[in-house]
Design a protein around this ligand. Structure first.
Ligand SMILES: O=P(O)(O)OC[C@H]1O[C@H](OP(=O)(O)OP(=O)(O)O)[C@H](O)[C@@H]1O
Ligand code: HPA
Ligand SMILES: [Mg+2]
Length: 169
């Protein structure tokens, strides 16, 4: 446990919302790549959270080369030292020129800091950003306060919510 808990504020994101926000990010990134007509060479998703947004961005921007970098930095809501578990092919990545790296969010910025060290010329984009890590990302859609925990749809399930005025309280 650490001083990040408890997160009193929760920002709950639905599948519909992540789809819309990922499309909004794609709109911002369109024509910003270095290729012909501003195309991107490839998209790299930071697993696992970056994979759903990366798929949507890749679809919108017609990018067919999509790879992953695996970075583990959290176990539940506790942060540990960020660690790279798997990287894309070095020949494809180079120094990151023309590569769009996508993640679901930037919080402290440690995950992106690590990936930036590997690919300093890549373009980094997140759907959501918290103030502490926002400088690590080149583009994002929405900010939330540092003490907000973002709940993604893949981490949630529909369940019964008791009424405010309970009958058996
Ligand atoms: O800016 P930071 O403080 O480094 O935090 C942001 C990272 O933390 C989460 O990933 P996590 O390591 O929990 O793995 P996951 O994507 O597999 O859930 C999130 O998806 C970001 O990648
Ligand atoms: O607010 C968050 N939500 C989900 N995963 C996260 N990983 C770091 N911060 C967060
Ligand atoms: Mg992640």
């Amino acid at each position: 446990m650490n001083d990040r808990l408890p997160h009193e504020k929760g920002f709950h994101v639905s599948w519909d919302q992540i789809h819309r926000d990922s499309r909004a990010l794609a709109w911002r990134l369109d024509h910003k790549g270095p290729g012909e007509d501003g195309a991107w060479k490839a998209i790299v998703a930071i697993t696992r959270g970056g994979m759903a947004p990366a798929m949507i961005v890749a679809r919108e921007l017609d990018v067919r080369t999509v790879d992953t970098i695996s970075v583990k930095s959290y176990a539940h809501q506790d942060q540990h030292e960020a660690e790279v578990l798997k990287k894309p092919d070095d020949a494809m990545m180079g120094d990151g020129t023309g590569i769009l790296v996508v993640d679901d969010l930037v919080d402290t910025g440690r995950t992106l800091e690590l990936v930036r060290k590997l690919y300093p010329k890549a373009h980094f984009a997140c759907i959501y950003a918290k103030p502490e890590g926002a400088k690590q990302t080149d583009d994002y859609v929405t900010t939330v306060s540092q003490d907000t925990w973002i709940f993604f749809p893949w981490d949630m399930a529909l369940q019964y919510a008791p009424p405010y005025r309970g009958t058996d309280a």
